[in-house]
Design a protein around this ligand. Sequence first.
Ligand code: ATP
Ligand code: MG
Length: 468
Amino acid sequence: MTADVPLAPAPVLIVEDSAVQAEMLRRVVEGAGYAVLSAGDGATALALARAQRPAAVVSDVSMPVMDGYELCRHLHDDEALAGIPVILLTSLAATDDVIRGLNAGADCYVTKPYDEAVLLASLRAQIEAPPSPSCAGACPPMRLRLGDDEHELRPRDARQLVGLLVSTYESAVHQNRELRRTQERLLDANRELEASNRTLEAAYAELRETQSRLVQSAKMASLGELVAGVAHEINNPLAFVLNHHATVSRALVQVEAEARPQLSPERARLLDKARERLADMAGGLERMRDLVVKLRTFSRLDAGEIRTIDVEEAIDAVLTLLQHRLHDRIRVTRRGVPQRGLDCYPGPLNQVLMNLLANAIDAIDPAAGDGEITITTLEDEDMMRIEIADNGKGMCERVRERIFEPFFTTKPVGAGTGLGLSISFGIVRQHGGTLEAFSEEGVGTRMVVRLPLRQNGPTAATNTGGAT
Ligand SMILES: Nc1ncnc2c1ncn2[C@@H]1O[C@H](COP(=O)(O)OP(=O)(O)OP(=O)(O)O)[C@@H](O)[C@H]1O
Ligand SMILES: [Mg+2]
């Protein structure tokens, strides 16, 4: 740029009260090959102009002592300085600015923050413009209505009027372009922000899911351990008692055969009673053995391995564990018997059944005497459908929409963690199945689990006995 422009015969006078801005302006103007004079306010600038008659004045508008408009007016009132073009640097915030600049005799406006190329092009145009012949195109004062205000315009001549207006328009166009660019940059930044927000939300959701899975599996693992421990502790003495019961029963039969004819009626009645008690004990011991088997079935937390299980057995095991909460107040009805086993991770599947059944029990008001839970197991082509329906309090739409969210619970603090269904949903999905809720407030809820009968994972080991 420096190479093309010959040194101006007279310097450019820069008037700017901010030392930093003044220095920046000086570099720009000098960089274009002009000599520069600097002043920090209008009064100093006027004195300098009188002493050295600059080729053009580039002036800030707001300054102490004498502002840009006043400087302009003084320059144009002075016959010796009237021909010096004045470029005002302004933010062009109000219509008044243009009118004040025009009436003060300014030749050109450049908006702040200025674009160097625009400023230099305006400066060059003003310096190189031929001097206007005196009185050529002189304009009479005119009145102009802008909005609610009326202004008096006193242009020096037609060239000043048009020049100032066109430069104002140019500045507005430039500002508009800058605004558009800023807007585009903002839109880009916004898009980036939205993308990072989505990533963050996904990471947060994953974190919550992992957290809930961890909490639940820890809960289930400790429950499983406890149950397995209890089953083991009961199992040994139970085996011992069962053996002795059988021995005692056999001995009694033998002794009875020989002794009965000699027994008094009273002793014979006592013997009958002993035999009855032994039979009752057999029933009780059978139930205990059953319980141990079910406890062991439940405690299979071998989540790492797919096995083929009997769903009915798994449901039995869970119902056994929940027996103390069912009491006599809730009737459990079973429907449908699947013909084939189900491939699944037994521990997690128990967890699903446990969560669904516990929720069904919770939904039934303890005061209502006619609580009912219906468990239906059906095979539907290559899928198994397990439905757990209750006639409890049901859910309103607002609750039903949120039940699979981790930590969503309507139960009192301490009663529910709000993890049961979200974890069950995850387990069912992991098996390639679906979990759906159908509910009507005040009528009841039906939870439907659909699971593929066969899994393509590691070869399913058949689990026939129910216990591990
Ligand atoms: N069978 C149902 N009947 C009525 N509402 C239910 C039923 N099952 C679930 N809900 C509603 O869904 C909510 C979430 O259930 P979820 O099993 O996830 O958590 P929770 O039972 O509250 O707590 P947690 O199972 O962790 O102890 C429950 O608080 C309840 O409002
Ligand atoms: Mg629950």
